[in-house]
Design a binder for this molecule. Structure first.
Ligand SMILES: [Zn+2]
Length: 190
């Protein structure tokens, strides 16, 4: 399928504005189609990024370090693929290295790569865990995402304050109950 042009995307936004009964010639809306498409470029920039490139710089010189590495509370905003409405929250990422680590900023970057796409939270959780497992080959990865979905809080069932929790485990975390418990303890909010 050929990708529509920017102008076609802007025309589509204008059509949506007309659909809700707006006057697209009024001052406040005149540049809205341009602004919406521009903000989409930013919100969905994850499609342009390659995980292999994000995780290509690894550090092997970690000496005897073999315990868990945990990056806590990485904030994100994504858009649900069912309603194209934002959901946002935090991601906790842990892995047990097997002689290799990545820079902490790359772990955070990984969250951007997958959140800046149309998503569902469950898949995003697995995407992050599997990408780390694949490119770093650690002994295990644990990812937990906690988020509020505006498609739940601003429309439909209007369940304000509801939080969706999801987690995904690989390697050691799959069958080592102690390690999993340790992860849960480490990410518990004070
Ligand atoms: Zn939704």
């Amino acid at each position: 399928m050929e990708r529509p042009t920017k102008e076609q995307a802007q025309a589509a936004v204008k059509l949506l504005l007309e659909y809700i009964g707006e006057d697209t010639s009024r001052e406040g809306l005149r540049d809205t189609p341009t602004r919406v498409v521009k903000s989409y470029d930013e919100l969905f920039e994850g499609y342009a990024h390659d995980v292999a490139k994000v995780l290509n710089k690894k550090f092997h010189d970690i000496s005897e370090y073999n315990d868990v590495v945990l990056l806590k509370s990485v904030s994100f905003t994504s858009l649900c693929e069912h309603h194209m409405l934002p959901f946002s929250g935090t991601v906790d990422i842990a892995y047990i290295p097997d002689g290799v680590v990545v820079g902490v900023s790359k772990m955070a970057r990984l969250v951007d790569v997958f959140s800046k796409r149309l998503q569902i939270q469950e898949r995003m959780t697995a995407n992050i865990a599997c990408a780390l497992q694949k490119h770093l080959n650690p002994k295990g990865v644990a990812v937990r995402i906690s988020a509020t979905h505006s498609c739940m809080t601003t429309r439909g069932t209007l369940k304000e304050g509801s939080v969706l929790e999801s987690s995904h485990f690989t390697g050691l975390y799959l069958d080592n109950h102690e390690k999993r418990q340790e992860f849960c303890n480490m990410i518990r909010k004070a």
